[in-house]
Design a protein around this ligand. Structure first.
Ligand SMILES: Nc1nc2c(ncn2[C@@H]2O[C@H](COP(=O)(O)OP(=O)(O)OP(=O)(O)O)[C@@H](O)[C@H]2O)c(=O)[nH]1
Ligand SMILES: [Mg+2]
Length: 373
């Protein structure tokens, strides 16, 4: 994930580094010129003095000064690499970052983020954040990479919100049975994510049961039953075409009598979010009164998945996001946008087809990963 953004961020840091290095070069040059000028004046003075004083002594002095002038000229000619020269002069050149510098840094990142389908509001937020963090900051010209990288990392982390998986488990344990409703378009990864989450709950000593409330798509019940058998979890089902809300209701009743800890309600998707789907989900929600509603989105669909999440939130109401297929997503635009746009945190990233491929989301790690080598 983030391959393309990673490269662009590096390019942007290098280009600002280059800009500042050029600035430093001219600063050093003008310093040297100034010093050489002063020495030249000294030399002229001494020459004048020579006419009136002890010639031998003054000749020595002139020789000294001439030598220094020569050395400084040589230094100016050799003004590369910059680092060596600045060290030699034992002078730390610093630069106060301007709006213009931040625009230079941001312009490269912006194109990368746009190409990765990052939402516009997220772009604006990152730009504003970078300005607040960097403008007016005095950075070392030779060693500004670290401070700029740090600011970019923090600005990216600022647009991300995660929901701690430990906190999630505590919440689930706070009520019995804890009911979780899953929503999302078809093929988003709901059913697979439910199977992975069963494993995660089992690993945390919780007993889940699944409601097969997708009575719409052919083979959806069998798909769930295959996972459930492997995981040793019960599936509460009706027939295809049955009322999905009634299935959810039965699953909760079953959990109460069977002492199950969590009810996971699988629902149907549609290729687009149509009225039927929304009405169906609203009814399931009314009947099952879930403690948490999770939106499952396919991260490969970039900005579309963010728009879907907004619609589901507006129509049905969502509490958390899980993004699937992060393992095959080279861009990462959905991951960067979804929590900022929907204001709902990311709980997990799906990173493959195995049950273990459900990674708790961590915003600092994600931001660091974007800037890692
Ligand atoms: N590589 C990868 N594939 C995934 C991941 N999550 C789900 N898939 C695959 O995506 C496809 C669709 O997943 P489902 O879980 O059936 O999606 P759904 O949302 O239940 O789809 P409908 O039931 O049609 O609404 C399946 O082939 C899954 O194996 C993931 O994290 N990584
Ligand atoms: Mg499904």
């Amino acid at each position: 994930m983030f391959d393309f953004i990673k490269k662009k961020i590096k390019d942007s840091i290098n280009s600002i580094q280059k800009k500042l290095s050029k600035e430093e070069e001219s600063e050093i040059k003008s310093d040297i010129k100034k010093e050489a000028g002063i020495l030249q004046e000294d030399k002229e003075e001494l020459k004048k003095d020579l006419e009136y004083s002890d010639k031998k002594e003054l000749k020595e002095e002139i020789k000294e000064v001439s030598k220094e002038v020569k050395e400084l000229k040589k230094e100016e000619e050799e003004l590369n690499p910059i680092e060596k020269k600045a060290q030699k002069k034992k002078k730390v050149f610093s630069h106060v970052i301007t709006d213009d510098d931040v625009n230079t840094i941001f312009s490269e990142i912006k194109s990368a983020l746009l190409e990765n389908n990052v939402a516009l509001s997220v772009l604006d937020k990152i730009h504003d954040d970078l300005s607040v963090k960097l403008v007016g900051e005095s950075v070392s010209i030779l060693n500004n990479k670290k401070s700029i990288e740090k600011a970019i990392k923090e600005s990216i982390a600022d647009v991300l919100t995660g929901y701690d998986s430990g906190e999630f488990i505590s919440k689930v344990k706070s009520k019995k049975p804890f009911v979780i409703l899953f929503v999302g378009v078809n093929g988003a990864g709901k059913t697979t994510t439910i199977a992975k989450l069963c494993k995660f709950l089992q690993d945390n000593k919780l007993k889940p049961v699944i409601a097969a409330s997708d009575t719409f798509r052919a083979a959806s019940i069998e798909q769930l039953e295959i996972h459930a058998k492997r995981l040793g979890v019960e599936v509460i089902k009706h027939t295809y075409g049955a009322d999905p809300a009634a299935v959810a209701f039965d699953a909760i009743k079953h959990a109460n009598s069977d002492n199950d800890d969590v009810v996971l309600i699988d629902t149907a998707g549609r290729s687009d979010i149509n009225k039927n789907l929304i009405e169906e989900l609203k009814k399931i929600k009314r009947v099952s009164k879930p403690d948490i509603t999770i939106f499952v989105g396919d991260s490969l669909t970039g900005n579309d998945v963010v728009k879907q999440a907004e619609v589901f939130d507006k129509e049905v109401g969502i509490d958390l996001n899980i993004l699937s297929k992060a393992d095959v997503d080279k861009k990462g635009g959905a991951v960067l946008s979804i929590s900022y746009v929907t204001k709902k945190p990311i709980l997990f990233l799906g990173t493959g087809q195995d049950y273990k491929d459900l990674i708790p989301f961590n915003k600092e790690k994600t931001a660091s990963f974007i800037l890692s080598e």
